[in-house]
Design a protein around this ligand. Sequence first.
Ligand code: FES
Ligand SMILES: [Fe+2]
Length: 326
Amino acid sequence: MIKNEWYAVLSSSELKKNELIGVKRLNMDLVFFRDKNNKVACLFDMCSHRGAALSKGKVLDNCNIQCPFHGLEFNKNGECQFIPANGINNQGDLERYNVKFFKVKERHGIIYIWNGDDEVETDEIPFHNEIDKSFVFSEFKDWWKTHYSRAIENQLDVVHLPFVHHNTIGAGGKTLVNGPKVIVSDKEKTILTSANNEVDNGQERHGPNESEIRSTYLKFKFPNIWMNNITDKIKVLIFFVPVDDENTILYLRFYNKITGIKLVDKFIGFFGKIANFIIERQDKRVVETQRPKASSLKSKENLIEGDKPIIEYRKMRQNLKGYGLK
Ligand code: FES
Ligand SMILES: [Fe+2]
């Protein structure tokens, strides 16, 4: 995983008040819930007493959570607040029953957790500023049996379009891949590219330097959020949520402000979502077959010039990765 970053891990709509949800994220079992003020909390989903999953317990009126097994209670910072079996007057040292918690932020309808050291926590939340409140979105999620690096690379891959999507977005047999031009920003931690493909009539192929970023472009922001800028009024956003080394959940959002009337745009979004679902399934079918499950800079793959965005992604990921983690 990338260290010292906010990872998008859930969609806000998945977490209701007074509910606990237990999910695996970044290879950890986590429990999420909301406090009185609707603020999201995230703890390790394992009770410090005898290991039961806290997510099978409940949220109490005071917004602490109660373990389902012997009723230990924890607050949003994982601090043990009560051990029923010891009696009200004999609580003793509760601190040693604390469980680990994660810092959480909720913005843009996305729940993020901080994967890093406390001292360097930032207030900068990875998102794409091209999308503001004037857009509405429709969303679906899908489970891919692959490491999230493969799913991300697929969204930066301009070579696959005429094959994987031969009857949808890649129709027209444009197999010749010009460029692609790639702009990397180390400061922003973004990779920007766009497809410049053509039907192959034997013409000269343009290299990355003779190609341009088109108005329809792809932009990835570390650690896990991608956007396809289709037009000023239509964007597709995906956050790739790592479950473990071999599983990823894609949250795909179709954003639009085509008419500027929210109700009508919502209606349009329904169709946008269906179209994207079909395209996403085409990708999934192939990407799940890639071996090994995780990509790496030192892989033995034989890359071509058209893979430049993927090479840049691998380089930056290598630089940003925490030691010892995939
Ligand atoms: S395992 Fe949680 S209270 Fe015993
Ligand atoms: Fe694709």
